[in-house]
Write a new protein. Structure first.
Length: 320
């Protein structure tokens, strides 16, 4: 297959690839660890180059120098330009083997040098994570191994920090060069039967003034966690939705995904907007205002409180 044909095929496949469906409905995936490769088999049993590339990107394939992400940018530019988010951004949610995952791909208005400068330390990540409406406190551990960042998270923004559960994240700066940034945060244990929290940010230059950024947020859950979450989504969270359009209402309005996929999409977007606001703003007040403004671009999914209330909360949260 010619290179141009491969690019055309991958663009089309990515556009219609629905990661909200179980992956087994789209591709059969087997990993051969000893060969460090991904094998993807199509529905009819044929192995396709396009499917291999899709799986490699979806599973964070092994290149650590940004080559895979740069290639993906070239293949996604058409879809990014046609994004429904009114900016070059795409969001996907998916089931993993033990939980949920949300991925955001976006071209941001800062060069890669700005991202590497502002996202390279645990302290900078505490400032970033604290922009999320439900994160009430963030501290950097004094040398404790595996607990570089401790995040205090409440279930609802107006709960006091004393009611928060603590997520101790290990901070890992994978790569930081003039052409590539990769940061991973991992927490092995979470509240109410959740575990293996993963936050990934990877970025490469899009051009001299812009960067292509991939943000990923995922976690696993046991039976107790799934049961509690389903109870919440069937009652208090019944009206909450995500961003993926799954159909139309009888009135012709978009019908958005709900349930667990809606939940992980909202959280992934909130965290991506925190990264975006942190690298764009000149000071903490500017970052808080930028996060709120970014969230209010999507009120159906993300509106919770007014700006003054949010800014007041975050001013309090930022105090030692």
């Amino acid at each position: 297959m010619q290179r141009a044909q491969i690019k055309h095929s991958l663009r089309g496949n990515f556009r219609h690839f629905n990661v909200n469906m179980p992956i087994r409905n789209v591709l059969s995936i087997s990993l051969t660890a000893s060969l460090r490769r991904v094998r993807c088999v199509g529905r009819k049993g044929t192995t396709a180059i396009v499917s291999i590339m899709l799986c490699a990107f979806a599973l964070n394939a092994h290149a650590s120098d940004g080559a895979s992400l740069s290639t993906l940018l070239g293949l996604m530019r058409t879809d990014l330009a046609a994004s429904p988010f009114r900016r070059p951004m795409l969001l996907k949610s998916s089931d993993t083997s033990g939980g949920l995952r949300g991925d955001v791909y976006a071209i941001v208005d800062q060069p890669i040098s700005t991202l590497t400068t502002l996202l390279g330390t645990p302290t900078q990540w505490c400032e970033t994570l604290l922009l999320h409406i439900n994160n009430r406190k963030c501290t950097v551990a004094g040398g404790a191994p595996g607990e570089d960042i401790t995040l205090s998270v409440v279930r609802k923004y107006d709960q006091p920090v004393e009611n928060a559960f603590r997520l101790p994240f290990a901070f890992n700066l994978i790569d930081k060069t003039a052409q590539h940034l990769e940061v991973r945060l991992t927490a092995t244990a979470g509240p109410l039967g959740t575990s293996n929290y993963r936050i990934l940010v990877e970025a490469v230059p899009a051009d001299a003034a812009h960067s292509f950024l991939h943000f990923s947020y995922s976690y696993e859950e046991n039976f107790m966690a799934r049961t509690a979450l389903q109870a919440y989504l069937a009652t208090f969270g019944r009206s909450k939705v995500g961003f993926t359009i799954i159909g139309q209402t009888p009135e012709g309005a978009p019908e958005y995904v709900g349930g667990t996929h809606g939940l992980v999409e909202r959280n992934a977007m909130r965290y991506f907007l925190a990264v975006d606001a942190h690298v764009a703003a000149k000071d903490p007040d500017g970052a808080r205002n930028a996060w709120f403004s970014g969230s209010e671009n999507y009120p159906r999914q993300l509106h919770e409180i007014d700006r003054a209330t949010y800014l007041g909360l975050k001013t309090t949260d930022s105090r030692p």
